[in-house]
Design a binder for this molecule. Structure first.
Ligand SMILES: Cc1cc2nc3c(=O)[nH]c(=O)nc-3n(C[C@H](O)[C@H](O)[C@H](O)COP(=O)(O)OP(=O)(O)OC[C@H]3O[C@@H](n4cnc5c(N)ncnc54)[C@H](O)[C@@H]3O)c2cc1C
Length: 495
């Protein structure tokens, strides 16, 4: 049939692409191997508790709004967006800082806590708004051939790349105090990177946060995926959960022709949108010999993000702690070096605690709360066993850190539900290459033209979406990847 598209994976990338394509009149069928939509953004639900598996910070909500507008919908008819203020707490050993979505309030808080540094904040907002204005549009275009790297848009943005400088170094333009510099560079962790290695151009991320704010969605960010699934179905698309694709079928000219399911049955499509984790898909989902560039050895040599150790805790009480709280290691730089460089588990851990029940009572039964704990750790390239002893010891360390730095002292006494995900689980159960939860690294050599292309360069009729392709990991850029790939499909296969 003409205009038929198979979407492999119902993560945010696959769902956004399916929504845009179904809205544009393509016949779309989504194949999802899990029993629910959302991928790393799906809900974990148990005994009345609901946790987001992964994303909890929604930024640049206007990009998500645009995706819904493109198919004639209003996001607010499908989801309740809740702006957060303060956006989060940064909990250092001897000081706390709660950035507000109101820049004036943040300015005052910097003046009160880091006296003498406040003018750097105004300077940052002004300078980084310019970088954002030049750089962000470059992320919204495909880079399918080397000449695309010479586009006037990208050339104009070059002076704003801060080439050769790290994010931490760029923040030195604004602040001297180390804790304050960390407060505006810890965002490198959104990309699974170190502030000391993350390209300086990502100084636009703290700007984006402070300019547009951080939002929550009632019911959790998984509600976005569920809303997209609704729109896809309203527009005639089909979504099959618990339906893994075992192979992307190709013809003799290396063009995708359809998908094969585990029972050996084959379905033909005009194009395939691939949302499964890139490294995993390139290694496992094609006939031998089809992938010539992203070979197993190149995949292995590439640079990947860190991983995360996760605890999802159903509690029989509600803690008086902020919605988002980042508890930073006593020596944050050492902690990051251990994760990214030495690839060992730190004694002195940083822990992100999300206590969303203080804003959103729908996440847990009455009087209960859903606590989400994320600890950045090395990906599975590191020789860490994650066996029972390793997990038990690490869990104790994480809980001790929370007790030491917050009012959550007797956490163990209040747990009524618990789930744990280790890097080995991300790799084995979630099919994530090297358990690198934030995909291929975002160093300059793996960005733009150097990242796997949206119109997949190895297989015709195959389009990539999600964190493993351009523009990269994080919900807004993942939505952009889907928009770029859907636009390419519209150009290649006009309806
Ligand atoms: C712990 C964690 C925290 C994060 N926090 C944030 C945050 O706060 N804010 C933010 O913006 N981003 C965050 N991210 C990053 C990113 O937004 C999410 O990882 C996002 O879910 C990635 O979307 P995706 O579409 O690339 O892939 P995924 O969500 O991984 O979706 C891929 C889908 O493909 C399916 N699949 C795989 N193989 C097959 C197959 N063979 N057949 C059929 N289906 C298949 C998978 O089951 C999955 O559903 C976080 C990520 C993690 C892991």
């Amino acid at each position: 049939m003409s205009g038929s598209i198979a979407v492999v994976g119902a993560g945010p990338g696959g769902l956004t692409a399916a929504m845009l394509l179904a809205g544009r009149g393509y016949r779309v069928k989504v194949f999802e191997k899990a029993d629910r939509v959302g991928g790393r953004s799906a809900a974990i639900t148990e005994s009345g508790f609901s946790f987001d598996t992964g994303p909890t910070f929604l930024m640049m909500t206007f990009i998500l709004r645009e995706m819904f507008q493109e198919v004639g919908r209003n996001l607010d008819d499908y989801c309740t967006v809740m702006p957060l203020d303060p956006m989060y707490r940064l909990n250092f050993k001897d000081v706390s800082f709660d950035p507000s979505r109101d820049n004036e309030v943040t300015y005052q808080r910097i003046r009160d806590t880091f006296a003498g540094e406040e003018s750097g904040y105004r300077k940052l907002l002004k300078r980084e708004s310019v970088r954002y204005r030049y750089m962000y549009p470059c992320l919204q275009k495909p880079y399918g051939n080397p000449f695309s790297m010479l586009s006037p848009r990208l050339l104009r943005a070059l002076p704003h790349l801060s080439a050769g400088r790290s994010l931490y170094s760029v923040l030195g333009n604004y602040f001297k105090n180390d804790n304050l510099r960390i407060s505006f560079t810890f965002q490198a962790k959104y990309l699974g990177m170190s502030p000391w290695n993350c390209p300086g151009l990502y100084a636009m991320i703290p700007f984006i946060e402070h300019n547009f704010g951080v939002d929550h969605v009632k019911g959790g960010l998984s509600a976005i995926s569920e809303a997209m699934a609704r729109v896809i179905k309203e527009d005639g698309g089909e979504i099959l959960t618990s339906t893994p694709v075992s192979r992307i079928l190709t013809d003799g000219r290396g063009r995708a022709t359809g998908v094969m399911l585990p029972d050996g049955s084959k379905e033909e499509y005009d194009a395939v949108v691939l949302n499964a984790d890139f490294g995993y898909a390139a290694e496992k989902m094609f006939e031998e010999g089809v992938i010539r560039k992203w070979t197993p050895s190149r995949l292995d040599r590439s640079n990947y993000s860190c991983s995360t150790y996760m605890l999802y805790l159903g509690m029989d009480k509600i803690w008086d702690e902020p919605h988002h709280q980042i508890v930073l290691a006593d020596d944050y730089r050492r902690n990051i070096t251990e994760i990214m460089g030495e690839k060992i588990l730190s004694e002195d851990v940083s822990v992100y605690v999300r206590n969303a029940s203080v804003t959103d009572p729908t996440l847990a039964p009455d009087g209960h709360s859903a606590l989400y704990v994320l600890v950045p750790v090395p990906n599975t390239r590191a020789p860490i066993s994650w066996d029972d002893d390793c997990r038990r010891e690490f869990r104790e360390r994480v809980i001790a850190r929370i007790a030491d730095r917050t009012s959550i002292k007797d956490l163990e006494d209040h747990i009524v539900f618990q789930k744990e995900i280790t890097p080995a689980d991300w790799r084995d159960e979630y099919s994530i290459y090297q358990g690198a939860t934030f995909n291929l690294g975002h160093n300059i050599r793996q960005m733009l033209y150097f990242r796997p292309h949206n119109r997949f360069e190895e297989v015709g009729n195959c389009y990539l979406v999600g964190g493993g392709t351009h523009p990269g990991s994080g919900l807004p850029t993942i939505y952009e990847s889907a928009r770029i790939s859907s636009d390419l499909i519209r150009r290649d296969l006009p309806q």
